[in-house]
Design a protein around this ligand. Sequence first.
Ligand SMILES: Cc1cc2nc3c(=O)[nH]c(=O)nc-3n(C[C@H](O)[C@H](O)[C@H](O)COP(=O)(O)OP(=O)(O)OC[C@H]3O[C@@H](n4cnc5c(N)ncnc54)[C@H](O)[C@@H]3O)c2cc1C
Length: 342
Amino acid sequence: MNALEQLAEAFFTIELMTSRQLMPYPHDPFKGGAPWTKHDHLSVKDRLVSLSGFSDWEKGLFESTISTFGSAPGQEIAFTEALRWYALSGHSMAGVFELAGLYKIGNGGMTSFARAILGEYKGDMVLETTVKEVRQNSSVVEVITNLGRSIKAKYVVSTVPLNSLSSIRQSAIAKGHINKGTKVHFKLRDTEPGWFATADSRDSAYVFAFSDHNGTHGLNASGTWCIGFGYNMGLKDPKNSKYIIDRFRADIHPGAQIEAYATHDWVNDPYSKGGWACWGPGCASAFLQELQKPDGRVLFASADWADGWRGFVDGAIEQGQQAAQNVVALLQSETGILRPKL
Ligand SMILES: Cc1cc2nc3c(=O)[nH]c(=O)nc-3n(C[C@H](O)[C@H](O)[C@H](O)COP(=O)(O)OP(=O)(O)OC[C@H]3O[C@@H](n4cnc5c(N)ncnc54)[C@H](O)[C@@H]3O)c2cc1C
């Protein structure tokens, strides 16, 4: 960890400006002149190549660690995207893994979290329905579903993710974000002490993997549950179990006795078209503010263009709260009255 921290400090210091000076307000990135934008064209690899005083092994270790941010090799991830994670985490690599990886939602994980939100919701709901088209005029927005149903409202908040939005809002986001990685949950036969591994994109289909827990049934440990993440398009076919298992053994854990695995094909899911958002060089300075702007009566709220924890649930909450506040203010200024259902 010491080697990583030392390299990180040098990596995130450019032209005598430290990471704190380059990105002083990671939750409000354009505040204070945004010196980071000057380096937004750089990839993680560009920056590593220009860095002296570190061995190739140290640089390789650092690159594979940063690759975990977007399931991608260093040339695909923006330097400023890595800087954002580092700044959000208190300017330390230990902080990154503590904040992004250590804490879990107990008693049912994301499913219980989603159910808790649903439990508080009092509005109308339509499930299993795709939005095909959004039309608007100066006083109303009309949402057309795949079944031809029309839903009208004064304002609409779209949470459609960046990569799925391309066909609707093409101009700002033709590039999308870069994360086309695969997440695979494994059940290993043997109960193992905790571990964490990263691997190099030149010879590994997996970018990283870690043991998650040793079972949740009773007091006796019952094998190891672990999670592996593939490099962008490194594990293209989630049903190719031989490849997924063989590569896990070759790239991450040679002796693993794999009893089962489960995965979801986020890359080919038409409603996500990728993993958590991670942006390539030149994107944040060009697109972030544009993506956050409303288009007439349609507001856009997605973790994919959050200011702070972009690509995280916290980013979705940040954007959702912001959009809700904006809609309330717009309705109040327009009608003077507000009768919320929520
Ligand atoms: C494999 C993986 C691992 C992750 N791990 C973490 C983690 O450990 N911690 C963390 O904080 N975040 C993690 N994330 C990221 C996190 O899940 C997302 O950032 C967050 O869920 C985004 O929330 P959102 O509301 O912006 O979008 P979403 O949760 O993507 O919600 C958008 C909704 O819009 C729907 N939709 C899309 N298109 C249409 C359409 N045309 N019509 C109707 N509905 C549509 C989608 O089905 C979806 O339900 C992970 C993501 C992935 C894929």
